[in-house]
Ligand binder design. Structure first.
Ligand SMILES: N[C@@H](CCC(=O)N[C@@H](CS)C(=O)NCC(=O)O)C(=O)O
Length: 246
C-alpha cells in the first residue's frame, strides 16, 4: 500500500484531512498603477464593494480590498499600490478574473456607458459552447470575464491561469492545496483544455480555471501579481502559494 508523507500513515488517510476542513480561496493579491482609478472601475462598473483600505507609509504602499461580500464569507481582490509605480507587466500566465451576473448584456451596457471601463468582447455565446460571456479589461489591463449565470453567493467566481502542463498542475492543486478537480473540458476546435479546481461547487464558490493551450508549455509571468491566498485548517493559517505554471 502506498504511504503518505506523514509517518506511517497510508496516503488515503493523509489526503483525507483537507476534505474535513473548511478550506476556501481568500484573496488574489496583485499590483495596480492607480488605486482610485481601479476602485472606481470595480465599484461603479462591476458592482463590487470597497471592503477596506490600509496605508503602510513606512513600506510605501497602500492596499485596498474589494469584493461582493464580507471577507469572512467571500473571495476578495487585494490591490496593492506601490508609491510612484504606475505600470506593471501583467504577463501571459494570468488569464482573467470572472464575474457571474444574471444579465451580462445589461452589465455590458452599464460598463460601456461608464467612463472608467470598456468591453472588448461583446456579450454572446462562448466560442465552442452556449454560455453567454463578455470580456472587460480593467484600467491596468487585468481581464474580467463576465459570465451569465443565475443567482450565486459568490459572483467573483473564477481566477483563470494558463498552465504549461495540465495534469501536473492538477496534481499540484490537489495534493498541495487539497482542491478537487471539479470538471475538465477539452475544446479541440479552439485547441485548449480547461480544468476547474476548487474546494466546492463552481456555482457556490470561487474556483481556479486552469487553461492549457495545445503545445504552449511556458508563459511570461510578468511582475504584476504575487499570490492567491487560501485558508487551510479551521484556525486561520494562510497558505501563500505561487502560481504553478510549468
Ligand atoms: N486561447 C485561450 C483558451 C481559453 C479560452 O478560449 N477560453 C474561452 C472561455 S472558457 C474564451 O476565452 N473564449 C473566447 C470567446 O468565446 O470569445 C486562452 O488562452 O485564453
Amino acid at each position: 500500500m502506498a504511504t503518505g508523507s506523514e509517518a506511517g500513515k497510508p496516503a488515503e488517510v493523509v489526503l483525507e484531512w483537507p476534505k474535513q476542513d473548511k478550506k476556501r480561496m481568500l484573496h488574489a493579491v496583485y499590483r495596480v498603477g492607480d488605486l482610485d482609478r481601479t476602485i472606481k472601475c470595480y465599484t461603479e462598473c462591476f458592482g463590487m464593494k470597497l471592503l477596506r483600505k490600509r496605508d503602510v507609509p513606512e513600506e510605501k504602499y497602500t492596499n485596498a480590498f474589494l469584493g461582493f461580500g464580507p471577507e469572512d464569507s467571500n473571495f476578495a481582490l487585494e490591490l496593492t499600490y506601490n508609491y510612484g509605480v504606475d505600470k506593471y507587466d501583467i504577463g501571459a500566465g494570468f488569464g482573467h478574473f470572472a464575474i457571474a451576473h444574471e444579465d451580462v448584456y445589461k452589465l455590458a451596457e452599464t460598463i460601456k456607458s461608464s467612463s472608467c471601463c470598456k468591453i472588448t468582447r461583446e456579450p454572446g455565446p462562448v466560442k465552442g459552447g452556449s454560455t453567454v460571456i463578455a470580456f472587460a479589461p480593467d484600467p491596468d489591463g487585468y481581464m474580467f470575464e463576465l459570465i451569465q449565470r443565475g443567482p450565486t453567493p459568490e459572483p467573483l467566481c473564477q481566477v483563470m491561469l494558463r498552465v504549461g502542463e495540465l495534469d501536473r498542475s492538477i496534481m499540484f492543486y490537489e495534493k498541495a492545496l487539497g482542491m478537487k478537480l471539479l470538471r475538465k473540458k477539452d475544446v479541440p476546435q479552439y485547441k485548449y483544455t480547461i480544468a476547474m479546481m476548487g474546494y466546492a461547487e463552481e456555482d457556490k464558490t470561487t474556483v481556479l480555471e486552469l487553461t492549457y493551450n495545445y503545445g504552449v508549455t511556458e508563459y511570461n509571468k510578468g511582475n504584476a501579481y504575487a499570490q492567491v491566498l487560501t485558508r487551510f485548517f479551521l484556525h486561520y493559517f494562510l497558505f501563500r502559494f505561487w502560481h504553478f505554471l510549468s
